[in-house]
Write a protein that binds this ligand. Structure first.
Ligand SMILES: Nc1nc2c(ncn2[C@@H]2O[C@H](COP(=O)(O)OP(=O)(O)O)[C@@H](O)[C@H]2O)c(=O)[nH]1
Ligand SMILES: [Mg+2]
Length: 263
């Protein structure tokens, strides 16, 4: 067990959203604590019926690196991450990570994020760069993910190859500047919104390959409703972006600058 003095100065917080991860939470937290690089952890639990919240409380009582944010009911992955990000800002963390609590995002990759974030504003553990991939995913899940990424990249002009993966590390000032309130989406579409805003703000995004293994235990909360919510969110964002362009172009023409300062 690490004493509190070991944690002083820990600059990186992992936001771990949980819903019914009773079998995964403790093994994952123990693996993260066994790494040579120090991370704090914030579990954001939505009153999981399987008792994940109580396990989180027990771990927080034992380990000074572990913190828990309890929410009253299932409010979605995206809002859980945002709640965690704001919690991290309040407490002065410099690097804020997000990770699934099911070993799909393996803790062995965590130190790489801290190595790369020195040169980036957002680091993405990517399934869609050379060396990355998915293991044990069926054809349908693969197609939804690949199709969703292609759709997001095309509609929004994103350069990031994996816009829907949630294994990430943000630099603090990116978290401060992204307009989270505008990302009005409960599920995974929020990940696309975050990449979109970091790119729009001129942030440097670095990807490195990860192999995403399907969860060993527990159930995925991915659903058709969440996929459609993401598609509709991306479409609305693309339309809003399109509306900005002509207005900016007109203003630029009027001012004689000839170029749009908006993207
Ligand atoms: N707090 C919270 N966590 C959630 C919610 N939905 C999913 N999660 C967590 O978010 C992470 C990703 O969800 P998961 O079901 O693994 O999605 P998949 O990897 O896309 O199949 C997991 O740690 C889930 O427990 C939610 O509504 N609230
Ligand atoms: Mg998962």
């Amino acid at each position: 067990m690490k004493g509190i003095e070991d944690r002083v100065g820990c600059r990186a917080l992992i936001v771990l959203p949980t819903y019914n991860e009773a079998d995964n939470l403790e093994p994952l937290v123990r693996e993260i604590m066994a790494l040579t690089v120090a991370f704090d952890i914030l579990v954001v639990d939505d009153n999981s019926p399987d008792g994940t919240g109580e396990i989180a409380d027990r771990l927080a009582g034992e380990l000074s690196a572990v913190h828990v944010l309890h929410r009253t009911g299932k409010q979605g992955y995206g809002t859980a991450c945002i709640a965690g990000f704001l919690w991290a800002l309040d407490r002065g963390y410099d690097y804020i990570l997000s990770m699934d609590c099911d070993f799909s995002h393996h803790p062995r990759y965590l130190p790489i994020f801290l190595e790369l974030i020195g040169d980036a504003d957002l680091v993405v553990g990517s399934r869609y760069v050379a060396g990355g991939g998915t293991v044990n995913w069926g054809l349908i899940r693969k197609s939804i993910s690949a199709g969703g990424n292609l759709f997001a990249r095309t509609m929004l002009g994103l350069r990031t190859r994996d816009c829907t993966g949630g294994f990430r590390c943000y630099r603090r000032d990116m978290i401060e500047h992204v307009p989270w309130n505008d990302i009005d989406v409960r599920g995974y579409g929020f990940l696309v919104g975050a990449v979109y805003h970091v790119q729009r703000l001129g942030g440097r995004i670095l990807e490195f390959p990860i192999v995403f293994e399907d969860r060993r235990v527990g159930q995925s909360k991915m659903s058709t409703a969440i996929a459609f919510e993401a598609l509709s969110f991306i479409t609305r964002l693309a339309l809003a972006k399109g509306r900005l362009k002509p207005a900016a172009a007109t203003a630029a023409a009027r001012n004689g600058t000839g170029a749009s300062r908006l993207e």
